[in-house]
Design a protein around this ligand. Sequence first.
Ligand code: M6R
Length: 434
Amino acid sequence: DLIVGARRGSPLAVGYGPNENYLGSDSYALKSMTNKITYLEDNEFCIIKKDEVEFYDAEGKKVNKKILELSKDDQNYDKGDYKHFMAKEIDEQPTTIKNCVNEYIDKVNNTINIFNFPWKRDDINSILLIGCGTAYHSCLMAKYWLEQFTSVDVNVDIASEFRYRKNRFKKDCLYIFISQSGETADTYAALDLCKKNNVKTCSIVNVVESSIARDSDLVLPIYCGPEIGVASTKAYLGMLVAQLVLAKHWDKENKLNITFEDIKSIPNLVKESLKCENEILKIAKGISKKNDIYFIGRGLDYALAAEGALKLKEISYLHAEALAAGELKHGTLALIEDGTPVIVTASQVHLLDKTTSNVQEVKARGAFVIAVGDKNSHKLEKIADQFIRLPSAHEILSTIISIIPLQFIAYHVAKLNGESIDQPRNLAKSVTVE
Ligand code: M6R
């Protein structure tokens, strides 16, 4: 009847139950048992018995700690009629995105609900977006929006790279940390480094009680509810929407050319896009036995390709690679041969011709091309072997919804191959170690 826990670096949480108490790596691990949680700070330790928990600092002095009450969204811990959490989470996206949009957009006044922004916009001359994996991919896309539509410089960094580089910390830079779990060790270490250098920090997270959220100056939640499948789906869309809202908030000159009505239409567009699942079943069959699959795109679609390829490889274990379409001729084109699947998205009108000519290049080498577009992508549709038509929308929204068919491709390929979709080998949902 005794557990001792000590925290240094990775997160640690105590949960309280009836005549039993728990120790876990974060609130997710404990949420199915209790919604009452206490987080340990670095260098604290705790002594847990079934009816009592005591906390101490590094010197062994007793400390009183708050018990946090987390929201009880129990239904989200159940797969319901779904075979996998990933399938459920893909389908939940219209609802989770609606929640996110509703939290950020005041529908009556058409304003953005970010009231607690603690800095003057003029005090910020640059933004650095930092994350890992899917969160990093969401940053790659948001960079285009923030850069194009605000007057600030925007850069993106992988947390594990940022933390070991000799950085020049700038007082007029806003460091934004993106993380579903809010516990990723590399992202947290990058935030910690920024805190030690007294710069402005903001986090975009799903788990608002997480270490990253607790330690940032400003928190922008993505309101997705628990995401259980290791492959991030609804959180990716939530990260995109939160960053789009931030870009709009920043865009006082209205350069973004995206209206509140456009943003409010995202949940419905996502819902319409989910209808492509049946078509994807056929496509998945065609590629499930291939060894190498390439994802190509330009601009926003390159960022999207990176996420599509990651989704496929992490759950299907097939080799997938994302490329800026214009880079093909600089090397990778050599790998394209008869039947190599190439998946292309082209949401930006001004890049459509260029992307189409890259598709011609791979077709000429025998590639089997699967294209995602809308009713205006005639040229692409004509040359693709298979075409997935999504609803037409503002091009920023088109890129956002184009992830839906790519999520389905990853899911159905992995399912056809009998892989363990929600818990792929070698991976964890929260990467709390380096
Ligand atoms: O919780 P985080 O968003 O910080 O996690 C970052 C990555 O570990 C995560 O996105 C990972 O790449 C996913 N498994 C991708 O689906």
